[in-house]
Design a protein around this ligand. Structure first.
Ligand SMILES: [Zn+2]
Length: 145
């Protein structure tokens, strides 16, 4: 996209797409959470970077299981965006694939008060159209017991 301005997102806060983060925001079209992984040292890297900060290797988006645990979270009561009803939960989810592999995302489909650190969660995707382009925003819901 040549237009650098960011429109008011319809719901979640959505960043501009770049070559480095495009897979993350569009993998949900195939139901996949795509995280960049180093083709050299095989580390998962998030947020995406131009190349591996550990070995300089090339990064390639790869699907992860989408399963993880709540590492930390906050319950937001401030209506920053009228399209998003409060309260809602913003969490850092640690993905199962690697100890330091974390994703910032909303926790959905549960009472905000029920969210706990260490809670098992599973990714799902919310589709939003921005500038005529579909984004698939990863959010997490409590994992089925
Ligand atoms: Zn590497």
């Amino acid at each position: 996209m040549s237009d650098e301005t960011t429109p008011t997102p319809p719901s979640r806060i959505l960043p501009g797409l770049t070559d480095h983060n495009r897979a993350f925001w569009t993998g949900g079209a195939q139901g996949q959470l795509l995280i960049t992984r180093c083709t050299g040292c095989r580390r998962w890297i998030n947020p995406p970077e131009p190349d591996c900060p550990y070995c300089g290797g090339r990064l390639d988006p790869q699907p992860v299981s989408g399963q993880g645990t709540v590492f930390t979270y906050t319950v937001n009561h401030q209506p920053f965006n009228p399209a998003v009803p409060v309260p809602y939960v913003v969490a850092i989810v640690q993905l199962d694939e690697q100890d330091d592999l974390r994703v910032a995302a909303n926790i959905v489909d549960c009472e905000p008060d029920s969210v706990r650190i260490g809670m098992r969660v599973q990714v799902r995707f919310e589709r939003h159209e921005v500038d005529g382009t579909d984004r698939y925003v990863p959010v997490f819901a409590p994992a089925a017991a």
